[in-house]
Design a protein around this ligand. Sequence first.
Ligand code: AMP
Ligand code: MN
Ligand code: MN
Ligand code: MN
Length: 277
Amino acid sequence: MKADLHCHSSVSDGLLPPAEVSRRAADNGVELLALTDHDDVAGLAEARAAAEARGLRFIDGSEISVSWRDDASFHIVGLGIDPANGDLCEGLKSIRAGRDGRAHRIGAELEKAGIHGAYEGAARYAEKASIISRAHFARFLVERKISADVKSVFDHYLAKGKPGYVPHEWASVAEALDWIAGAGGVAVLAHPLRYRVSRDALRAFLGEFKDRGGQGIEVACGAHSFEEVKECARLARHFGLKASVASDFHGPGESYADLGKVPPLPDDLLPIWHDLI
Ligand code: AMP
Ligand code: MN
Ligand code: MN
Ligand code: MN
């Protein structure tokens, strides 16, 4: 089964509309697709219709931003959720509401660093989206030729410790896991090795995640090297988590991996979709 259970559309910070994401996945040979826009479910109906029209199986998803301990944040992907669930929708709405104030604060910090009009510039890139994300800021800074590409904007301006970074309070881990479980879904830790935390902190997080009902971890991940995929496989075995496959595709030319272009899962791991299809 060629699966891709993590990607974004223009509903959040992806470049393509939901239906085009599904069609591109089909063209790339994906058989099982989940759309997982940040903190929203608004693209799922359109993506599902386009996926099913092309014979793909489709799973409803969302990537939820959470805060943990003093200043860490993680992304938890909910898969197989009911997009109409009231508590889930209210929870995601509250995260989206917090994003606009955060974006104003990012704009103010960039202003101090001599970059003018970044909030307005990012908001233009987010015009069709229901959220404003750092990816929209990154696109504006590239447009202004302040950095050569999106990745170097993060390295120099938007990552923790850089001039445009602001701390933010997202949902708690308990809230996100409750919303996902309440909506009938399973929770998966996204891109485990892309957080700016120590390995000890990551392991502590995974222990807590598992204890609270988290079921999966992304192992074959577009943002991970071959060695990192092996490390995530070891984490999956150690914590008894099922394995997911994730391109984290945002758009042609902007992402580590295109839809479906993800390494295979090690044979001994139980794929997360066993529970979902
Ligand atoms: P936010 O949810 O607003 O904190 O923005 C996070 C988003 O920024 C991620 O989902 C990616 O789309 C993008 N992003 C984060 N780090 C990087 C990076 N190093 N290179 C490219 N895009 C990144
Ligand atoms: Mn993103
Ligand atoms: Mn993420
Ligand atoms: Mn993502």
